[in-house]
Write a protein that binds this ligand. Structure first.
Ligand code: AMP
Length: 214
């Protein structure tokens, strides 16, 4: 099964993407995580991507397209993949279609997760991430048992460098200008569906499962 999960920053793609991909035994390819790993490892790609990410802008298409093509044909994607944060503009969506045709692959579901701007801002400003394992928490909605410490691995919790108010508003603008047009790109396809993502984590997960099980 091959799925695209898309929607604005803070809508919960990462959290839900982890759960959905493990439920279906498919690989979770979160572009933001792949890029942050490249930045941390100081690879050539990471060094090029960092300034764009810090500013809340999109990294150059060629970099992310190359990265995703490598991953969708890798051994861990043999049962399928869930794309989270890719494509993020129409040029990337066109490139994705081309690479799917080239590798004889198809999309089964394109799921759009939606929430109001107020809900997104509240989620993004309270978001905490484990610096060791990447697990996500929220100051109010899902706080860690011990302040500042990851429940899963004991790592220290940090606020993402791009989760500051200034960068968040830039990311929301980039989303409206560049990513929201994907609604027109995929909106008329049979595999497209919309899920309201403002309820609690478990309720949203139930709606997503229903959407992809058809
Ligand atoms: P995310 O973790 O999905 O919020 O992504 C964090 C940052 O990574 C974004 O603000 C962009 O700078 C970069 N990024 C993630 N996915 C893409 C993409 N598909 N195209 C370009 N830049 C991306």
């Amino acid at each position: 099964m091959n799925i695209i999960l898309f929607g604005p920053p803070g809508v919960g793609k990462g959290t839900q993407g982890v759960k959905l991909s493990s439920a279906f035994g498919i690989v979770h390819l979160a572009m933001g995580d792949l890029l942050r790993a490249a930045v941390a490892a100081q690879t050539e790609l990471g060094l090029k991507a960092k300034a764009f990410m810090d500013a809340g802008k999109l990294v150059t298409d060629a970099l992310v397209i190359g990265l995703i093509e490598e991953r969708i044909v890798s051994a861990d994607a043999k049962n399928g993949f869930l794309l989270d944060g890719f494509p993020r503009n129409v040029a990337q969506a066109v490139a994705l279609n081309e690479m799917l045709t080239k590798h004889n692959l198809e999309l089964d579901h394109v799921v759009f997760m939606d929430a109001s701007k107020e809900a997104l801002l509240e989620r993004l400003t309270g978001r905490l991430t484990c610096s060791a394992c990447g697990f996500g928490f929220h100051r109010h909605y899902s706080p860690p048992k011990i302040e500042g410490q990851c429940d899963k691995c004991g790592g220290s919790l940090i606020q993402r460098a791009d989760d500051t108010e200034e960068v968040i508003s830039q990311r929301l603008e980039v989303y409206a200008e560049q990513t929201a047009p994907l609604l027109d790109f995929y909106g008329n396809e049979e595999m497209f569906c919309k899920v309201k993502a403002e309820a609690g984590m478990d309720e949203v997960y139930t709606s997503l499962l229903a959407a992809v099980k058809g």
